[in-house]
Design a protein around this ligand. Structure first.
Ligand SMILES: Nc1ncnc2c1ncn2[C@@H]1O[C@H](COP(=O)(O)OP(=O)(O)OP(=O)(O)O)[C@@H](O)[C@H]1O
Length: 818
């Protein structure tokens, strides 16, 4: 609104217009914005009064500043005594506009009703439209100038293949045909450091082994290659003795590889299949659940030599499938041992190890049938960490194990450092950064960050964004794959369509123009990939994918396969179901939008990039305040932090500016307008459909619950009582007060009701004057008691709480227990 009309009413004192008003209260940014607005207004008024033409830019600036200051938070100039006040100027500064009608009366507002827009506001529901840039907590830490001075060239990758001519697969005892197959078919020239150590040991020795190495260092081949090599030797032995031609599928089951999730098992099976290309007489299969047991049984009956399994399903088959003969098993691998324990597979593993021991003893004569079959079984345990539960797993499964590490000079259990999981580091070449972003700015900052990342084709091919819960993944996926500018009548073509249609759009084919179905739920779980209009650039499209445990297994598998194969820029929004062991090619960037529940999870997440010596970037979003302390954890990720490697920092302003202001613009604060517009567009988008609104509320609530499940020792950084729920709601495009939020069909747990959020805060009112939480009140979320001192108890409780949270949030199958 132009101010011109109002100025006509002003009486101008002789002294000329204006003793400059003073600006008090708010942050320096608020005061600066208000001061600029007043300066513009002052210059304009003076020009008008002296009959000069007002430059157009000045008018725009004044309007822009007002718009940015949408919310009433901008401290108004104290009315000058010389200034006859208008009604507008006399209006007391309000913190936020709260009204039954969610439309602000302010005509400057960018929230004016859009044509065709639905106003899905609950009857009598309060809407809060506040400015994005006011009342934000200020960061407690400042960036160090040196934090931006990382010398990339000096960093040697820590998980790359070795480059000495002496380090070849054959020099480690791998046969020439297998080494040739590795080179010609799998394009692997030299082993990585962990492969060198593990292959040399396992090819010639039958001792048990504990393999510990960082992410992306090639652990899978480190244990698969020796097994395949030894089985090929068995075959050669049989040929020599003129027995059968080779080892046949009916010769027996020789190796079992256990992994905690179905995805990981499938991935291992794929690598194994490639490896067996040079020994086609060896047969491998998987038993991992999610498939009919009958067909698994049929495969087992036909005979297999190597089995990849999840513990639950394997234990089941051992009990119920007669055809599964494990008397010849001489290699047992427990991959991701710490995860196996975390997910509560201890009992199953105990059962399996017990059954293997029993049947091996009972069938000792069988080895005569297969000359060269080792007397004893070799058990290999792989884990990134050496936590107490891994020790327990070692006790169950290993005997006199050799500790294999990439760098043998590192200290191990023999040095008495068994419980030190600080021996698990991020790859040296991984560039880490953190973004300090206030809760209200989180959503727009994420979009700006991703926009910038994908702006230039090729700068980022693939990115993974980690979120804390499935509901949040669904909400963000839906948002990123929607056209925020289009009204509901121009709904995205993939809304309401099935997965195949979505896949087509992802493969570059034109999306089918399906008719918008008004009642179709756009959040429905059959669509797991679609183009992301907000991230697409003129030169390329960006496809967004979602992945979490509430999706059907078949959909999860196809989504991962699709993401892995996609040669165009793409982004996977996922829960921790994608954090462990998954080897997705060309992931250049990992964004931890919600920090992980524990340091190890965080290391596994960022380990999805910078694999096998390749470059990679990772960025974690932290909120100002106690979360900034998490930087200490980030520093502990790095072995090389003392060597001058820095973790760079970005603030929300940088992110918004870089992501939203493209061409050589202009005013310093233009990003505020853009961010405000974007935020308002997301809010309108959420309001336009009851499904979206519900999904946004559900995502918000699940996010808060997930927030409460950080492991006890990290809860100083993630203190749920310090969360500003009202601000955080804005990051889910919500205009409602969290206290009154109702989610029909929310995945609530037993005994939970709509007051959950208030309870999270220790019974304090969520909004309004009594916002402060009562510090000593116990958080009522069925969470672990934070007063425990014993580490083991803490960990167990945290895991139990997390499992409980998942159950309550309807994510029981998050990890696909096999
Ligand atoms: N010798 C090698 N040379 C080049 N690339 C390799 C080599 N060995 C493995 N790789 C590649 O490295 C990547 C990571 O391998 P793998 O998944 O086995 O790592 P990992 O150590 O198990 O990682 P995580 O701990 O994340 O599970 C794979 O893409 C694999 O093909």
């Amino acid at each position: 609104m132009a101010d011109d009309g109002m100025l006509l009413n002003f009486a101008v004192p002789d002294s000329g217009l204006l003793a400059r008003p003073s600006f008090k209260g708010g942050t320096w940014r608020d005061r600066l914005t208000a001061k600029k607005a007043a300066q513009n207004w002052h210059a304009k008024a003076t020009a008008r009064l002296s009959g000069e033409k007002v430059p157009k830019k000045m008018v725009e600036n004044a309007t822009d500043v007002n718009r940015t200051a949408l919310g009433p938070r901008i401290p108004r100039a104290s009315p000058s005594p010389e200034l006859p006040a208008t009604t507008e100027d006399n209006r007391p500064a309000k913190r936020a506009r709260v009204s039954g009608d969610f439309r602000p009366s302010n005509s400057h507002s960018a929230v004016a009703k859009q044509p065709g827009e639905r106003q899905d506001v609950p009857k009598g529901g309060k809407q809060v439209i506040s400015s994005l840039f006011t009342y934000n907590p200020t960061p407690t830490t400042k960036p160090q100038p040196s934090q931006h001075s990382r010398d990339d060239a000096a960093v040697e990758p820590s998980n790359a293949p070795l480059n000495s001519e002496l380090d070849t697969f054959t020099s480690l005892g791998i046969s020439a045909p297998l080494a040739a197959h590795l080179l010609n078919k799998m394009h692997l020239k030299a082993p990585t450091a962990i492969q060198k150590a593990a292959i040399a040991q396992l090819v010639q020795d039958d001792s048990d082994a504990f393999i510990q190495a960082e992410t992306g260092s090639g652990k899978t081949l480190a244990y698969l290659l020796p097994i395949v090599q030894r089985l090929m030797e068995l075959s050669a032995n049989m040929r020599k003795r003129n027995m059968d031609d080779n080892v046949q599928r009916t010769s027996g089951l020789f190796a079992i590889i256990m992994a905690p999730t179905r995805e990981l098992s499938k991935q291992i099976a794929l690598v194994l299949e490639k490896l067996l290309g040079c020994a086609h007489w060896l047969v491998a299969t998987t038993v991992i659940g999610g498939e009919k047991k009958k067909s698994e049984k049929a495969r087992l009956r036909k005979g297999i030599n190597i089995l990849v399994a999840t513990p639950g399903r394997l234990a089941d088959h051992l009990e119920h499938t007669e055809a599964l003969d494990v008397s010849n098993v001489r290699w047992l691998v427990l991959d991701e041992g710490d995860r196996l324990m975390e997910l509560g597979f201890e009992q199953e593993i105990q059962k399996i190890v017990g059954a293997l021991n029993l049947r091996m003893r009972a069938n000792k004569d069988d080895k005569l049938k297969i000359p060269g079959l080792p007397e004893k079984r070799t058990t290999v345990l792989c884990s990134a960490t050496m936590k107490m539960d891994v020790e327990r797993l070692g006790q169950i499964s290993l005997k006199d194990a050799v500790h294999i590490r990439a760098d043998p000079s590192e200290k191990g259990p023999e040095s008495g450092e068994t419980k030190d999981d600080r021996s698990f580091f991020a790859p040296a070449q991984l560039k880490q950064s953190y973004a300090v972003v206030a809760p209200k700015l989180r959503l727009v900052s994420l979009m700006a960050y991703l926009k910038r990342a994908f702006a230039r084709k090729g700068s980022v091919m693939k990115a993974i964004v980690f979120m804390s819960c499935a509901d949040s993944v669904d909400f963000h996926f839906d948002l990123l794959t929607s056209d925020l500018e289009a009204g509901p009548e121009k709904k995205k073509a993939v809304d309401g369509s099935d997965a195949e249609e979505a896949s087509e759009s992802a493969t570059g084919k034109k999306p089918k123009k399906t008719k918008a179905i008004p009642q179709a739920d756009p959040t429905k779980l059959t669509v797991t990939n679609a183009a992301s209009p907000i991230l697409c650039a003129k030169t390329h499209t960006v496809t967004a994918y979602r992945l979490h445990g509430s999706l059907q297994q078949s959909l999860r598998t196809s989504t991962l396969a699709h993401f892995a194969k996609n040669k165009e820029p793409s982004i996977l929004i996922a829960t921790d179901v994608a954090s462990r062991g998954l080897d997705l090619p060309n992931v250049d960037l990992v964004v931890e939008f919600d920090p992980a529940f524990a340091r190890e999870d965080h290391l596994h997440r960022i380990g999805r990039t910078a694999r096998a010596g390749r470059d990679g970037r990772a960025c974690i979003f932290l909120m100002p305040g106690c979360e900034e302390g998490y930087v200490e954890i980030l520093k502990s990720d790095r072995k090389d932090i003392e060597a001058g490697i820095h973790i760079s920092r970005q603030d929300a302003e940088d992110i918004l500016h870089r992501g939203l202001i493209t061409s050589g613009v202009m005013e310093k604060n233009a990003y505020m307008d853009k961010a405000t517009d974007l935020q308002l567009a997301t809010e309108r988008w959420a309001l336009a459909s009851p499904f979206r609104l519900e999904a946004a509320r559900r995502a918000f609530q699940s996010h808060i619950r997930a927030y409460a499940t950080h492991v006890a020792e990290e809860r100083t950084y993630f203190d749920i009582k310090s969360l500003h729920l009202g601000h955080l709601a804005k990051a889910f495009a919500l205009r409602e007060r969290p206290s009154g939020m109702k989610v029909p069909g929310a995945r609530t747990g037993a005994g939970r009701n709509d007051k959950t959020l208030a309870k999270v805060r220790g019974g304090a009112k969520v909004d309004g004057a009594s916002r402060k939480a009562e510090p000593n009140k116990v958080v009522d979320l069925d969470l672990p008691d934070s007063h425990d001192t014993e580490e083991a108890t803490k960990m167990r409780k945290a895991v139990r709480a997390r499992e409980k949270f998942m159950r309550h949030a309807g994510m029981a199958s998050e990890f696909n227990l096999g």
